[in-house]
Design a binder for this molecule. Structure first.
Ligand SMILES: Cc1ncc(COP(=O)(O)O)c(C=O)c1O
Length: 439
């Protein structure tokens, strides 16, 4: 039975519960018929340039033919197999490929399904690591504004992001220190970094031998508004965690796989965490998959004759072969000279266009890290619920651009395949909309 687009939309409206959406006030969902490269094609004939890489996952554009082929080939060979007692080629090869690009002895890959579970795994690993060493460490330290996902541990670590008020009684306590967010021309950055490090010192002093781990989104805090910090701060943070004998968890769910201009933010900053969480770009945006990668010493602490020392955690679809096959091809594409050229070109266009907004009275705190450009829009409220956000989103959708401001923060995070002309067109629209609001 073929359904008309109106019938499909009616089914959606009747039965589907959309994420992060107040169904009581939301516009009906746009019915996507297909997508190719940077463009999403809707049933009503409209086209949208995807400037958010469909929730930051889509590295090489939609329906990339090489990844589609790899997934199809894999589906014909082995679509899924239980990952206890069994392994398979795509999982072993992908683990090797990821480790090869990570610094130090980050050599052990634990697969799970999405960014939240990658973080959940890291938090649980840190806890059990200390337990296996005969220590009870229950203090976690996170950064103000950090967002780490929607499972209970990830929400606890991200409690200060402001997204989780409805569940605060469900969460375990996590300490927070200020995040030294900075921007172009910021003269206060050193003071903010020192304040963050001082706050960390106080927490370590108050919890001797009790801090299980410090978790941070390195270089860019995503969901709390593309807040950026300097690589130098991360180096100081790493030194402090080492001095205090704790563990460092990097949540690179968003920053991984080229977003910051380098393969990983930790590589750009020159630091080596104990645990790193990767997802989003891992499969190039094709399938849900994530990894938590541990240093050798972490893995070794789980070895022994006793089952209770092992990490008794897993998911039905752990290391799904289709996702791993997509991941292998996505990394091939990412490492190609053509893709690296695009990443550099995107950053250069972002920089020039952000500079071009200088002097606009309603633009502040322009900032850039690799392929992520962001700015604050002044004069329409602040924070996630700022009224200006929905207005900007509507104005851009009207112009065929998928841009989803985080409150009053406007950001562009395009797929790497976006052409210069497409990106310039997006910035032209940003320029026009911001200028019209400034009047
Ligand atoms: C830094 C970071 N960590 C974790 C998550 C959670 O990932 P997922 O939505 O795939 O569970 C996100 C999602 O936006 C994120 O940006």
């Amino acid at each position: 039975m073929t359904l008309s687009y109106d019938e499909l939309r009616a089914l959606d409206a009747r039965h589907v519960w959309h994420p992060f959406t107040q169904a009581g006030t939301a516009q009906p969902a746009i019915l996507a018929l297909g997508a190719r490269g940077s463009t999403i094609y809707a049933a009503d004939g409209r086209e949208y340039l995807d400037l958010v890489s469909s929730w930051w996952v889509n590295l090489h554009g939609h329906a990339n033919p090489a990844i589609a082929q790899a997934v199809a080939d894999q589906a014909g060979r082995l679509e899924q197999v239980i990952f206890a007692d069994f392994t398979h080629e795509p999982a072993a090869r992908l683990a090797h490929r990821v480790c090869k690009r990570l610094p130090g002895d980050l050599n052990r890959v634990f697969y799970s399904d999405d960014g939240s579970t990658a973080v959940e795994v890291a938090l649980k690993l840190a806890h059990q690591y200390w337990r296996n060493h005969g220590q009870h460490r229950s203090t976690y330290i996170a950064f103000e504004g950090g967002y780490h996902g929607d499972t209970a541990g990830a929400m606890s670590a991200g409690h200060s992001s402001g997204y989780f008020g409805a569940w605060k009684e469900m969460l375990f306590p996590v300490e927070t220190v200020p995040f030294p967010a900075t921007w172009n021309g910021d003269e206060t950055v050193e003071d903010k970094e020192q304040a963050a490090l001082d706050a960390l010192d106080l927490l370590f002093a108050a919890n001797p031998d009790h801090v299980a781990a410090v978790i941070i989104e390195p270089l860019i805090q995503g969901a709390s508004g593309m807040r950026m910090c300097r690589p130098d701060f991360l180096r100081k943070l790493e030194a402090k965690v080492r001095d205090n004998g704790s563990l460092l968890i990097l949540d690179e769910v968003m920053t991984g796989f080229g977003r910051t201009g380098e393969i990983f933010a930790c590589v750009k900053a020159g630091i080596t965490p104990d645990l790193i969480c990767l997802s989003k770009g891992l499969t190039g945006g094709f399938l849900p998959l994530s990894v938590t990668v541990a240093r050798d010493g972490i893995f070794e602490a789980f070895l022994g004759q006793d089952l209770s020392r092992a990490f008794l955690h897993g998911h039905s679809y752990t290391a799904n072969p289709l996702g791993c096959a997509a991941g292998l091809t996505s990394i091939d594409l990412l490492e190609s000279a053509a893709c690296q050229q695009r990443i550099g070109a995107i950053e250069a266009i972002h920089r020039r266009r952000l500079d071009g907004l200088k002097g606009l009275s309603n633009v502040a705190h322009t900032r850039l890290t690799g392929t992520v450009a962001a700015l604050d829009v002044i004069g329409g409220g602040k924070g996630y619920e700022a009224g200006i956000g929905p207005k900007l989103k509507a104005a851009f959708l009207e112009r065929g651009l998928l841009l989803r401001p985080l409150g009053n923060v406007l950001y562009l995070l395009p797929p790497y395949c976006i052409t210069d002309a497409e990106l310039e067109r997006a910035w032209d629209a940003v320029d026009e909309v911001l200028r019209s609001l400034a009047k």
